[in-house]
Design a binder for this molecule. Structure first.
Ligand code: ATP
Ligand code: MG
Length: 267
């Protein structure tokens, strides 16, 4: 579903990604682990071209991801995103937030005036049922808890009817129990609908629990690729270098240090 070859991204002198080769199968739930600054968000952003690779090729569902034009629009319709800070519109109802996931499929005049055909409303409600929030459809989204807002984020992504979901630290702002609930909804939807998920996480326990496959990124390179059982102490030290030098045990959980800039760098 996703094919990445020789992906390099430089920001001036800084090499954020240094030759990434990666395949993601249809319906696969892939977790990306790595220390802060490893290049995890840059990798996700390159996949739907929120940032432009310096070198390399990316294909999504057989289509090369290239700058501009109808091709990029087609790719972006197939790729939904879920954000750490939910990116919901606080004043809109839950249902309207989910409906914004349908905007990319609608004729421009309807989307300008936010007139949603009945079929789109049905799709939005079905997506809300998947995250068990149909009872809150008419509630303002800013009245929800963080976990519920992220479930709205998942429903909005599903409403896009994507082939791929890119989730950048979707549970970094949530407590452990809520994090599990949110990841469970995401994984269930991925399995039932055959959606490939690439999910950046800082929590090794959740990577083990939810990842069908795990990719460890460090210094812009893939330093581990394998199943959850492969995440041994040695592998964790490879992914999180420096721990051994300081005599620290491999981390069980990792807290992010800064919010994420997910704005569009280039379209
Ligand atoms: N727009 C940008 N301009 C310049 N440097 C950038 C830009 N975006 C990212 N970087 C740099 O690229 C490197 C990788 O950043 P990235 O955000 O991908 O890391 P990350 O693995 O997602 O980290 P975190 O776990 O903290 O989210 C970092 O050194 C970062 O400072
Ligand atoms: Mg990041």
């Amino acid at each position: 579903m996703i094919k990445i070859r020789g992906l390099t991204k430089r920001y001036g002198d800084l090499e954020a990604l240094r030759g990434i080769d990666l395949d993601v199968a249809p319906g696969e739930f892939l977790v990306v682990l790595g220390p802060s600054g490893a290049g995890k968000s840059t990798l996700l952003r390159c996949i739907n071209r929120l940032c432009t690779p310096t070198q390399g090729e990316i294909h999504v569902d057989g289509e090369r991801v290239e700058a501009g034009g109808a091709g990029l629009r087609r790719v972006r319709r197939k790729v939904a995103m879920i954000f750490q800070h939910y990116n919901v519109v606080p004043r809109l109802s839950v249902r309207k937030n989910v409906l914004t996931g349908r905007l990319g499929t609608m004729p421009a005049p309807l989307s300008w005036f936010q007139i949603f055909p009945g079929r789109d409303v049905d799709i939005a409600m079905e997506c809300l049922r998947r995250v068990e929030l149909e009872g809150k459809a008419e509630q303002r989204t800013d009245t929800l808890s963080g976990g519920q807002k992220q479930r709205v984020g998942i429903a909005r992504a599903l409403a896009q009817q994507p082939r791929v979901i890119l989730a950048d630290e979707p549970v970094a702002s949530l407590d452990p129990k809520t994090s599990r609930t949110v990841l469970t909804y995401l994984k269930q939807a991925s399995q039932e609908l055959g959606i490939s998920v690439v999910c950046n996480l800082h929590q090794i326990d959740y990577a083990r629990e939810f990842g069908e496959r795990i990719v460890g990124v460090s210094g812009g390179r893939i330093v581990f690729e394998g199943g959850p059982d492969g995440l041994t102490a040695d592998v964790l030290r490879r992914i999180y270098p420096g721990l051994e030098d300081r005599g620290e045990p491999a981390p069980r959980a990792w807290q992010p240090t800064r919010p994420h800039n997910l704005s569009v760098e280039e379209a």
